[in-house]
Design a protein around this ligand. Structure first.
Ligand code: MN
Length: 293
């Protein structure tokens, strides 16, 4: 075993806010704890809708048409169903661990809603949205959309029926994830059965954290993080030992930092103020395309 990657902090979910009327999210970063804007780079933002019940509604809740430029939105549905449409002509519905990986790149308009049938019935809802930054040379890449269903993920079975490491992006133990990424990163769903231990290794300079989606996890044989908490790791050491005091589901993020200046403003994430102003000019000039409400 190599050097341990220590826990920097276990973060409980900050107070939630609504995104539109459909997503009640805890923003772990960058806002929730006033972290440095690049603390988790290339992951710029993590919004987590902890499990809640939505009552039935005929007109689906969600967020209306809005633009993005300069990064990717990655949406994961755990409970409930989420529908997406964008001005590049892509659309999709996700549920049960499926992922929408949308590269806004040079710019799209999109809208994000509860799927119709789910909305009509109501029920449990739990999801994640991350914003993954793009390096300057790819910020104006053409928009693109990866619909990644749970059954397309790479799956590594842990010994003794201990659970699985599901690879969305990057690689674990020779198993590769289906997502195309512009910079190196590892994104896993780790599902551990009670009593199981697993060791994950990431380069020490990679920004690394994990969200406890279900159950709880004991980290490096010391602290235990309960459900809905985010564990932030220090940038030294490589190896993380995870132990399951009960069955759990963890979203693990680790990525090579993008060492460039960033200027976030509203729905845009660019390198300079001038590029933000250009984004607004291009939006006003109709260069983000057309999408009906
Ligand atoms: Mn959006």
């Amino acid at each position: 075993m190599n050097a341990v990657k220590p826990v920097q902090q276990i973060l409980p979910p900050p107070p939630p806010h609504m995104v539109g009327d459909g997503f009640r999210v805890h923003n772990f970063f960058p806002g929730g704890y006033n972290m440095d804007l690049r603390r988790m780079s290339p992951f710029f933002l993590l919004d987590y809708n902890a499990k809640i019940e939505f009552p039935p509604k005929d007109t689906p809740r969600g967020v209306g048409v809005h633009p993005h430029r300069g990064f990717e939105t990655v949406t994961i549905a755990y409970h409930g169903k989420i529908a997406h449409h964008d001005s590049a002509g892509n659309s999709g519905i996700i549920a049960g661990g499926d992922v929408q990986w949308m590269t806004a790149g040079s710019g799209v308009l999109h809208k994000e809603y509860h799927e119709k049938e789910y909305s009509r019935k109501g029920g449990a809802f739990q999801m994640v949205q991350m914003w993954v930054n793009l390096p300057a040379k790819y910020k104006m890449t053409p928009p693109k959309y990866q619909a990644i269903t749970k059954d397309q993920m790479g799956v590594a079975e842990l010994p003794h029926n201990g659970g699985t490491v599901e690879v969305l992006a990057g690689e674990y133990g020779g198993v590769k994830g289906p997502a195309f990424t512009f910079t190196p990163m590892q994104v896993y769903h780790v599902r551990l059965n009670k009593g199981t231990d697993v060791v994950l290794s990431f380069p020490q300079n990679y920004n690394t954290g994990l969200l406890v989606v279900e159950g709880s996890v004991q980290v490096n044989n010391s602290q235990t993080a309960p459900a809905d908490n985010f564990v932030l790791f220090k940038n030294h050491g490589t190896d993380i030992t995870l132990h399951a005091p009960e069955n759990n589901l963890l979203l693990v993020l680790s990525g090579e930092p993008i060492n460039e200046p960033i200027v976030p403003y509203g729905p845009f994430l660019m390198n300079t103020r001038e590029e933000i102003m250009q984004a607004y000019r291009d939006l006003n000039d109709g260069k983000f395309g057309v999408l009906e409400e």
